[in-house]
Design a protein around this ligand. Sequence first.
Ligand SMILES: [Zn+2]
Length: 398
Amino acid sequence: MKTIASFTVDHDLIVPGIYISRIDGDVITYDLRTRYPNAGDYMDHLTMHSVEHMFATLIRNSPVGDQVIYFGPMGCQTGFYLLMRDTVPPRDVYRLVRDTLLAVVRHTGEMFGAERKNCGNYRNLNLFSAKEECRRFYDLLPETPTDMAYPATPDAAAPVPPAPPAHFGVLAAMQEELEGLLPRMTEVQERTVAGIVCRTGTLNGKKVSIACAGVGKVNAALCTTVLISILGCNRIINTGVAGALSPDLKPLDLVVADRLVQYDMDTSAVGDPVGYLSGAGLNRIYLESDSDLRAALMSRAAAEGVPCRAGMIATADRFVASSEQKSEIRAAFPDAAVCEMEGAAVAQVCTLFHVPCLILRAVSDCADGSSSMDYPTFKVRAAATSASLTASLIAGAR
Ligand SMILES: [Zn+2]
C-alpha cells in the first residue's frame, strides 16, 4: 500500500500555521493547521462544524470565491483543508485566509446555513465557537505570508504547545441548581446528547457548557463524560446542594470537596474496604478534586465574604433523610462533611479523563428527620449561592 502524502509529513514538527499540503494539476491543497498535532488539544465537533459553515460561506463570497474548490475540517481535529485553483497565487491565498478569519470574528449576523434544510446536523452549530477558533488562528498567523512549507528539519526540537484556553463544563443534578448561571450566559447554543440538554456559550468571556445531569451517580457520570468527550470541556465544575453530616454545618454553608468517597460502593465481601473503587486508573477509596481550582474558589469566596470550607463529600445513590443513615455514614467515614448523590461520580470520571474538577456543595438540610422541612426551604437559596460563586470562579479563570 502506498503511503499517502499527508502521512509522510512529520507531525511532531508541525505548529499551527498555513502550509501547502499538495499540488494536483491546477489544484493546490492548503493545510490550515489551527492546533498543535497530538497535544491533547483538539477542536470539538461543534467547533469544526461551526468554522466550516462560517469560513466556507465567507471565502466563497470573496472576490476569488469561484476559485475555491473545497473547505472542510481534518478528521484529526487539528485543522482544515482548503483547496484552491492555482490561478490565485499562494501568497494571496495566505492573505485571503487571514481576511476570511477576521471576517468570521467580526461577523455580526446569524450563523450561516443553520436551518434544518441547509445542513445535516443543524443543531450542532455555535457562532461563538467558530469565532473563538478563528480568532485564535488569526492571532498566531504572521501578517506577512510565510513560505508555507512544512517544517522538515529532521533534528529540529519538537515545539512545546501552550496550554489550551479553558472550556468549563458545569453540571448539576437539578435545573434549579443551574438557574443562577443560565441568565449570565450569552451566545448560547443548545444541543442534546444522550438525552442531556447541553448549553454552550460564554460567561464573562469564558467558554462554558452547562448541563443538567439528573439525580444520581450514573446520570452524573454520563453527563460528565458528554461534557468532556463530546463537548471538549477541559475543566469540570459540579455545583449543587447537599445534606450536612458534620454537626457544625448549617443550611447555606458552602463546602468544596477536597476528598470524595462513594460510600455505597461495597465489595467488602471479597475483602476490599468499603468505598474501594477498583479498575485501571483507580484502585483507591478516595478521589480528589483539583487543588488549583479549589484554592481559586476558596479565595473567591473569601473575597466575596462567603463562608466556604474544604471537606470530604460522601456520595451514594441514596437520599439521606434520617439520623440513623447519617450515623452509618459517619461511622464508616468520620471525616465526611456532607452527603449527596453525584460528586464522587463526577470526580471518578474526571480522574480517568485527567480533567481537573471542582465539586461545590451548599448545605440545604441537615440530612436527618428535619429534611422534609429544611430541604425545599433552603434548596433554592443554597443553589443560588453555589451558582453565584461558580460564576465568579469562571470569571476569574485564565
Ligand atoms: Zn452543516
